[in-house]
Design a binder for this molecule. Structure first.
Ligand SMILES: [Fe+2]
Length: 311
């Protein structure tokens, strides 16, 4: 006879219990930090709905300059580009000083720290281009969660993003423990599964009121808990350039051996090297683990120096 602990419902309920435990811990954790008005607003929306959108976070001239930085960095570091769908460069803040400087803004680390205990941080740029010879599946490869437990990601559109050039979309509140359990049961998503590309049509049809399309002009900031269901929509024309800052839970990197395994696995998972300036990024991760803090700065002798002024 099947042990009741092997049943899907038992596993989902156990996962719900874990999720609630983490949510309570995260809530208590956030009380430790004093945030400014905007940071509080971002955090409360990310907590409640799973996301927050801030138009005009970056002005058009700065967007244009950052876009050029992305193109130049891609050209100079072509051996590190990843191209599963959009073309990505992980660790771009280690080669571009304007992007490095942007990543130092307090709002990112303050909100990240207050959301959950997060210390793993790195920047990525992506360029999604329409290619008529290729079927677009969207940035991220279809509906998914990046992680099962709460984390946070900041994304900035560097080009205008409309209904046709790969907008970001998500299912509101799907990061909440209770909704994770209910949606899993309702759509038979499976225990411990985070990819739902085959259920996309059914989910957005039945959860119409929670399905949000995030279009916006260049400079729009999108902050989201990346345990929310999300994807980039397939591109139909033009291109979309975006920057993203990732933060991960401290628990995932609690020892250096886990960190080393992780660095090794991401470095060996593609034909190109995954991380540019891996040693600089590793040094920063170690400092974060030791200090138990979110640190966006690289060691001064490692940071891209051109054009950097002290903040
Ligand atoms: Fe994702």
């Amino acid at each position: 006879m099947k042990n009741y602990k092997d049943t899907a419902i038992w596993k989902i309920l156990s996962s719900l219990k874990e999720q609630i435990k983490y949510s309570i811990l995260d809530f208590k954790y956030s009380k430790k930090y004093k945030l400014c008005g905007l940071e509080k607003e971002i955090l409360s929306n990310v907590r409640k709905n799973g996301y927050y959108v801030l138009p005009n976070f970056i002005d058009p001239q700065t967007c244009e300059m950052l876009r050029e930085e992305v193109y130049n960095s891609f050209e100079k570091n072509s051996g590190f580009l990843q191209d599963p769908e959009d073309v990505r460069l992980f660790g771009i803040d280690t080669v571009s000083s304007p992007i490095y400087k942007l990543a130092q803004m307090d709002v990112f680390k303050n909100v990240a720290k207050a959301h959950v205990s997060q210390c793993f941080a790195f920047a990525m740029a992506s360029v999604l281009k329409f290619d008529k010879t290729k079927k677009s599946i969207g940035s991220g490869g279809g509906l998914h969660r990046d992680t099962i437990y709460a984390q946070i990601k900041f994304m900035i559109y560097l080009t205008d993003c409309n209904e046709n050039n790969g907008y970001f979309e998500l299912i509101e509140k799907s990061h909440l423990a209770l909704y994770k359990a209910l949606d899993t049961l309702r759509f038979n998503l499976g225990y411990n599964n985070n990819r739902y590309e085959n259920k996309y049509g059914e989910i957005i049809h039945k959860l119409k009121s929670r399905h949000k399309k995030i279009t916006g002009t260049a400079g729009t900031l999108i902050v989201f808990d990346n345990s929310i269901m999300h994807t980039g929509h397939p591109i139909k024309e033009g291109e979309r350039v975006a920057l993203a800052l990732y933060f991960a839970r401290t628990e995932f990197f609690e020892s250096l051996s886990i960190l080393d395994k992780f660095m090794l696995s991401i470095s060996s998972s593609s034909r190109n090297k995954m991380l540019i300036n891996e040693q600089k990024i590793r040094q920063r991760l170690i400092r974060q683990l030791i200090d138990k803090d979110v640190i966006m700065e690289l060691n001064p002798d490692c940071a891209p120096s051109y054009g950097i002024k002290s903040a």
